[in-house]
Design a protein around this ligand. Structure first.
Ligand code: SF4
Ligand code: SF4
Length: 396
């Protein structure tokens, strides 16, 4: 696939989506919650049971057989390692706003620096430094979004994996000196106007093992673990400059439109961010802040026009969760936010496939030509033989 030149746009994601009817989304409608409600039990419990069933049959996912049970256990051990920092930094972030390491308050910042920035800040200089800090802390690429509040969740849902009635708290903006949480609300200061958006490239070889397998879950969980470590540390760095920082991972707001506003990519038919560097094989996170920054602008490198005719992700999906039709403003199920002109995916079909196969799927990321143009791995080696790049070029 020929490389495409990116055009800088003067309009944000809301205009790109033609989304004047868009409303703020509630976490109570995310697929994990809705599918748990449908199942009448936490989706993860069913997933885990099916995963262990696959293991006993020497399988690590849908139609993915390995030599024996011992080999299946090695893949599960890798998965446990991959998920560890994601779990310790509050799994995925959704439902965990201002909890644990995702606290909205300083953790380890020297007290004299807290809430006390240097006078006369230079936004261009701060932007350059904060992007470099995010990269050094683990992000693959970083952009700055002017915070459109439509992308901030209307409310958190504290029991997103449970089938019970949603336990929610409104997320509101108010004139307060620092972020706070009450019995009923999570309060973001009015002057929080930017999102530092980071993307984390996902191992393409692992993401190609499936369609649904434990190894694809390893790929995404390494991304979530990296984003947890980076977001928590980046929030602390921003606080050391004297500003407010709200680390989010997947929580607090919608990652994809924020990444579009931050100039990191475009939305694809597969419902994912497509980036020029890594295609669809990325995870996205964000830290909200009142640090004065220079926002980036959205880009267009031809994704929408390409997706009109490509359809490869839709034909790859085992459960037809991706549409072959036109863009629309109506999602097929309540896990989508209505009012944006785009290709909606059926989040319930997708998650149910993960649950049934006791694994997770990245087939629509791996199949995308924008992903494949970045990587040459057409015949992936096994997990144990693939080349793992050495950080900073240090030979061992
Ligand atoms: S939409 Fe879901 S089930 Fe379909 S290919 Fe993508 S990840 Fe897999
Ligand atoms: S596989 Fe094709 S249709 Fe799907 S997101 Fe990628 S380019 Fe678009």
């Amino acid at each position: 696939m020929a490389k495409r030149k990116a055009r800088v746009l003067e309009k944000g994601a809301e205009e790109i989506y033609e989304g004047d009817r868009l409303k703020r989304f509630s976490e109570r409608n995310i697929a994990f919650k809705k599918v748990s409600e449908d199942l009448g039990q936490p989706w993860f419990e069913v997933w885990l049971k099916n995963m262990l069933g696959q293991y006993k049959r020497a399988q690590i996912g849908d139609k993915v057989h390995v030599k024996d049970v011992r080999e299946a256990r090695a893949h599960i051990a890798l998965w446990v390692g991959a998920t560890t920092w994601n779990r310790l930094t509050m799994p995925y972030g959704e439902g965990h706003e201002n909890e644990g390491f995702l606290t909205w308050n300083p953790i380890n910042v020297p007290p004299p620096f807290r809430g006390d920035p240097e006078p006369d800040p230079d936004p261009a200089d701060l932007t350059k430094k904060i992007k470099q800090i995010a990269r050094l802390l683990g992000a693959s690429r970083v952009g700055i979004a002017q915070l459109n509040r439509k992308w901030v969740y209307e409310e958190t849902c504290r029991n997103i994996y449970a089938p019970d009635t949603p336990v929610t708290k409104k997320i509101v903006f108010r004139e307060v000196p620092a972020p706070e949480e009450t019995e009923t609300e999570l309060v973001i200061p009015e002057d929080v106007r930017y999102a530092v958006v980071s993307i984390f490239d996902v191992n393409r070889t692992l993401a190609s093992i499936g369609s649904s397998s434990i190894d694809t879950s390893v790929a995404t969980n390494i991304g979530y673990s990296r984003m947890g470590l980076t977001d928590v540390a980046l929030a602390e760095a921003i606080r050391a400059f004297g500003y407010t920082a709200i680390p989010c991972k997947n929580g607090t707001g919608l990652s994809i439109p924020l990444a579009i506003d931050a100039g990191l990519g475009q939305l694809g038919r597969n419902g994912l961010l497509i980036t020029p560097e890594f295609g669809a094989c990325v995870r996205i996170s964000k830290v909200l802040t009142n640090m004065p920054l220079v926002p980036d602008k959205p880009i267009d490198f031809g994704v929408t026009e390409f997706c009109e005719n490509c359809m490869r992700c839709a034909k790859t999906c085992e459960v037809e969760a991706i549409t072959l039709g036109e863009r629309t403003t109506e999602p097929p199920v309540e896990t989508g936010n209505p009012g944006a002109l785009k290709w909606y995916i059926d989040g319930k079909k997708c998650l149910n496939y993960w649950i049934d196969s006791g694994a997770s799927c990245t087939a629509c990321q791996a199949a995308c030509p924008f992903t494949q143009s970045r990587y040459e791995v057409l015949d992936p080696p096994t997990v144990w033989e693939m080349d793992v790049p050495v950080p900073y070029g240090i030979e061992t």
